[in-house]
Design a protein around this ligand. Structure first.
Ligand SMILES: Nc1ncnc2c1ncn2[C@@H]1O[C@H](COP(=O)(O)OP(=O)(O)OP(=O)(O)O)[C@@H](O)[C@H]1O
Ligand SMILES: Nc1ccn([C@H]2C[C@H](O)[C@@H](COP(=O)(O)O)O2)c(=O)n1
Length: 242
């Protein structure tokens, strides 16, 4: 679907539930946080939860490629997500995990851990509980939110962008040798997308009723404006049918 940007009064929609999915580096986190902050909604980064459980597995000597061992430990860590879009937080067993979950070691291991059905079942339940209790409404971002976690969301958005654009965005975040190695960055994110799309249990996929927004040629501000407009429309629709 091609989406036009409209100017409308910015209103806080009542308890609207928004699902934002897409491959790595398409702008899900940046867009979701900005949209939630602008509209007074809560924000949930489900990728951070998969990273948090992966970090715990690595810290506790569990072989992340041993699916049985990962499944047996899936219930053990206590994961708590703070849902303020201006200061999102994540703790594991009470420890701040926001820095360690972004390391290369976790990024390389997270697809294997997130493919384990017991891990997905546990985090899906946690995500539904958080979304249900978000009184002001919530923007939830991930890979399977529109298809599996919140199939009844008021709005589903699927962000895309070319692998070249995504690699360039990611390289901009890196420093030193990593920053110059655009080809390696592109290869790593294409590999992670393939693993996330190819797993058996709730793979990365666009829901049939999602609005697709190709962000390749858009600035972040344009993407945010586009999604805010979609949320406002969805909130009006939800209000009419409530
Ligand atoms: N439309 C855009 N134009 C330029 N840069 C962008 C755009 N959207 C996001 N970015 C930048 O791209 C990088 C990746 O964005 P972001 O982390 O939001 O993506 P993501 O889809 O959440 O990725 P991941 O799934 O890997 O966490 C960030 O540095 C962000 O500032
Ligand atoms: N709903 C989700 C969210 C994330 N994952 C997995 C797959 C990703 O590679 C990984 C990290 O996510 P990111 O921080 O890059 O958004 O977590 C998933 O399987 N399902």
């Amino acid at each position: 679907m091609f989406v036009t940007v409209e100017t409308a009064a910015r209103t806080a929609p009542a308890a609207v539930i928004v699902a934002i999915d897409g491959p790595s580096g398409t702008g899900k986190s940046s867009t979701s946080k900005a949209v939630a902050a602008q509209l007074g909604l809560q924000y949930l980064d489900t990728g951070a939860q998969y990273r948090a459980i992966t970090w715990w597995m690595l810290n506790n000597g569990i072989d992340v490629h041993d699916a049985e061992a990962v499944a047996a430990a899936a219930d053990k860590p206590a994961i708590i997500s703070g849902t303020d879009p201006r200061t999102p937080t994540i703790t594991v067993d009470g420890a701040d995990a926001s820095g360690p979950i972004r390391t290369q070691q976790v990024t390389s291991a997270v697809s294997a851990v997130s493919a384990v059905p017991e891990v997905r079942a546990r985090l899906t339940e946690l995500q539904r509980t958080i979304a249900r209790s978000a009184e002001r409404g919530v923007v939830v971002e991930g890979r399977d939110i529109g298809t599996t976690v919140l199939p009844d969301a008021d709005l589903k958005v699927f962000l895309t962008a070319s692998a070249e654009a995504r690699a360039a965005r990611r390289s901009g975040e890196l420093t030193g040798k990593e920053a110059t190695d655009l080809a390696a960055t592109r290869e790593a994110l294409v590999k992670r997308d393939a693993a996330d799309s190819g797993r058996k249990t709730s793979p990365l996929a666009k829901a049939a009723d999602a609005d697709e927004v190709d962000t390749t040629e858009l600035t972040l501000e344009q993407v945010v404006e586009c999604v805010v407009t979609l949320v406002e429309k969805a909130a009006r629709r939800a209000g009419q049918t409530a």
